[in-house]
Design a protein around this ligand. Structure first.
Ligand code: IPM
Ligand code: MG
Length: 369
């Protein structure tokens, strides 16, 4: 049986609580003989800062480099508001993305039938929703230089961030989007602000050329990012795959997530380029943050974290059938009425983080017989 090395980075806030539920699932999959997973644990974010004054240590970076996949829960919290900028909790996550070369961030927004009423939109607008946002993750304004605040000496300061993209960066992320579209509804919406940004203009040019060259069988449309934000809340089911840059992808994926009922539902995969053997470096994490306000109370929804394990099964380990089974377990548990507080209706009695995790594993056990 294949043996895979997983690095677990629980991080901060609700991170350790939801990671514990992912661990239950991983342990069950190993025990059930789906695959054998070896897990190691490291620190990232505020937890790493508290332990060694860095947002992630060199030894944990080395573990991340050698792992078959990294599972990360969440980083950040008000406790670290005052720490120096380059060791703030988010710096650990950004370093992982950059140093592992994880340029492709896949953020699915799927509305489970049982949660149609938890969405902020009318049920018929989101029923059956299935969008994949492909966010560029190692470029753009997140990493562009210069990135600084300078003192102008006259009582004024200047803050600068740089939005920059090169052809190869746009081409490789667009390729991921086109390939994914072919396995789905065969449509890509590419989004930028070509009307005001040079990098947006180049983005549109490169995507158009790649489409004509290699993917003319896929339907391609271009939509300005502001208009896309509007269309996402107006008629979200018009979209299949959306490909966009790092910053627009950050914003639009938060919007898309609320369509599905709760930010607590959405997993993500961050993938690097394929090496000579076809393997990709990969990190899987929920789209949501560390939710310090509910940390330690067993209120957090573990589904985005468990869904991140599902994405690992699918994209890193080629275990599509197992991934489908866990997805079905999640849908079944929701259909049976189980709700954590974030997705509970007025008549539901919310379950705890671990009750939700236990229920999903128990349902999976039934499904796998
Ligand atoms: C996300 C988060 C991160 C980002 C933060 C925590 C740095 O919002 O993954 O969407 O901005 O990329
Ligand atoms: Mg975000």
């Amino acid at each position: 049986m294949a043996a895979y090395k997983l690095l677990l980075l629980p991080g901060d806030g609700i991170g350790p609580e939801i990671m514990a539920e992912a661990e239950k699932l991983v342990a069950f999959l190993s025990a059930a003989g789906v695959a054998s997973f070896e897990t190691e644990k490291g620190l990232v974010g505020g937890a790493a800062y508290d332990a060694h004054g860095q947002a992630i240590s060199e030894s944990d970076m080395a573990l991340a480099q050698s792992a078959d996949a990294v599972l990360l829960a969440a980083v950040g919290g008000p406790k670290w508001d005052g720490v120096p900028y380059d060791v703030r909790p988010e710096a650990g996550l950004l370093r992982l993305r950059k140093d592992l070369g994880l340029f492709a961030n896949l953020r699915p927004a799927i509305c489970y039938p049982a949660l149609v009423d938890a969405s902020s939109l009318k049920p018929d607008l989101v029923d059956g929703l299935d969008i994949m946002i492909v966010r560029e993750l190692t470029g753009g304004v997140y990493f562009g230089e210069p990135k600084e605040i300078t003192d102008l000496g006259n009582g004024q300061k200047r803050g600068v961030d740089t939005q920059v993209y090169e052809t190869y960066e746009i081409e490789r992320i667009a390729r991921v989007a086109f390939e994914l579209a072919r396995t789905r509804s065969n449509k890509v919406t590419s989004s930028e602000k070509a009307n005001v940004m040079k990098s947006g203009l180049l983005w549109r040019e490169v995507v158009t050329a790649l489409h004509a060259r290699d993917y003319s069988d896929v339907k391609l449309e271009h939509m300005l990012a502001d208009a896309l934000g509007m269309q996402l809340v107006r008629r979200p089911k018009q979209f299949d795959v959306i490909v966009t840059d790092n910053l627009f992808g950050d914003l639009l994926s938060d919007v898309a997530s609320m369509l599905t009922g709760s930010l607590g539902m959405l997993p993500s995969a961050s993938l690097g380029g394929a090496d000579a053997t076809g393997r990709r470096k990969a990190l899987y994490e929920p789209c949501h943050g560390s939710a310090p306000d509910i940390a330690g109370k067993s209120l957090a929804n573990p589904i985005a974290m468990i869904g991140s394990v599902v994405m690992a099964l699918r994209y890193s380990f080629g275990l599509g059938a197992a991934a489908d089974a866990v997805d079905k377990a999640i849908a079944d548990v929701l259909a049976a009425g189980l709700r954590t507080a974030d997705i509970a209706g007025p008549n539901d009695t919310p379950v705890s983080t671990s009750q939700m995790g236990d229920a999903i594993v128990a349902e999976l056990k039934k499904i796998l017989g």
